[in-house]
Write a protein that binds this ligand. Structure first.
Ligand SMILES: Cc1cc2nc3c(=O)[nH]c(=O)nc-3n(C[C@H](O)[C@H](O)[C@H](O)COP(=O)(O)OP(=O)(O)OC[C@H]3O[C@@H](n4cnc5c(N)ncnc54)[C@H](O)[C@@H]3O)c2cc1C
Length: 277
């Protein structure tokens, strides 16, 4: 099948892109790794594609004070191989190895994965686990949105028409982290994935889960249960139960909801144990 007809404009500046996005039915084209298949299957029928691939000023990685800021158009492979990201945001660097293939990561962008908001995708859950802040630009200027508030429902975010995600700000990680992911084939989107970070500055453990609901989720009750406790096997098992209780996964042709919920507990226990070690 081929895409339905659409108009196309290549933006020369962020301002150009925002002006073009004001048109009814306009949609951003970034790496195209999710959007182009949707076009070809006619699951998306935008009237206008606003190609932002020429906006080099949205492709950067900068460390300032205790925050790493990454431009939305930075290719996933550039993020994965960045020395700054490997040193200061190891959870993000490790998660990227699970995202598709090197070929898709060469084109796919960080911002594209967040804006696409697939509830099973790794990067939205990583943004939650790292308490990232997303910078959105629209006709009336910039607004910062916490990752926790960004994802609304499957494939929907708080981005309104005419807005462009321009950057992601992530506090530097200081402690251990771990990822446990279950997918049917290596490199597929996960059925469930759990992301854990330990932050020595505030003593908090943060737990985010992909594939466990209509959006990525933070397992708050499990985080509260772990606060200030010695992480024995029994405590970790209790927390894993809370991770499963927080999950509200879908049933689909890949796996029933009960299986995903059970796997959230299994992967949660493994990820916590790995991070403790
Ligand atoms: C074979 C294959 C395997 C994959 N496996 C995985 C996987 O295991 N895990 C995973 O998470 N993903 C996977 N993906 C998806 C991949 O990570 C995509 O790159 C990503 O989801 C979208 O990024 P993109 O830059 O390609 O965005 P595009 O496809 O260009 O756009 C995606 C959506 O986001 C919007 N958008 C893009 N950029 C912006 C912006 N800056 N501001 C506002 N809206 C924007 C677009 O309008 C569109 O709606 C896979 C893709 C393929 C083809």
């Amino acid at each position: 099948m081929k895409a339905a007809a659409f108009d196309y404009v290549r933006a020369d500046s962020v301002g150009d892109a925002i002006d073009a996005l004001a048109a009814d039915g306009a949609r951003v084209l970034a790496g195209g790794q999710s959007l182009v298949p949707l076009l070809n299957m006619r699951l998306a029928r935008p009237s206008l594609l606003v190609d932002v691939n020429g906006l080099d000023d949205l492709a950067y990685i900068r460390r300032t004070d205790d925050v790493v800021e990454i431009g939305a158009l930075t290719r996933q492979r550039a993020v994965e191989t960045s020395e700054v990201v490997r040193r200061d945001l190891p959870l993000l660097a490790q998660a990227l190895r699970h995202v598709g293939h090197v070929t898709t990561r060469n084109r796919g962008t960080l911002g594209g994965s967040l804006a696409h908001a697939d509830p099973a995708a790794e990067l939205p859950a990583v943004a939650l686990a790292l308490d990232a802040e997303l910078v959105v630009r629209g006709p009336s200027g910039d607004r910062a949105v916490r990752a926790l508030d960004f994802f609304e429902s499957p494939f929907r975010t708080v981005l309104t028409s005419g807005e462009l995600l321009v950057a992601v700000r992530v506090p530097v990680q200081r402690g251990a982290c771990a990822i446990e992911e279950l997918s049917r084939r290596s490199k597929d989107l996960p059925l469930v994935a759990v992301f854990v970070t330990f932050e020595p500055a505030d003593g908090r453990i943060r737990i985010a889960v992909a594939g466990a609901g209509p959006t990525p989720i933070r397992a708050r009750a499990a985080e509260e249960l772990l606060a200030g406790r010695t992480l024995t096997d029994d405590v970790i098992t209790e927390a894993a139960r809370e991770i499963a209780a927080a999950a509200d996964p879908p049933s689909d042709l890949h796996a029933p909801a009960d299986y995903r919920r059970d796997m959230a507990a299994v992967l949660g226990r493994r990820a916590l144990t790995k991070a403790v070690r």
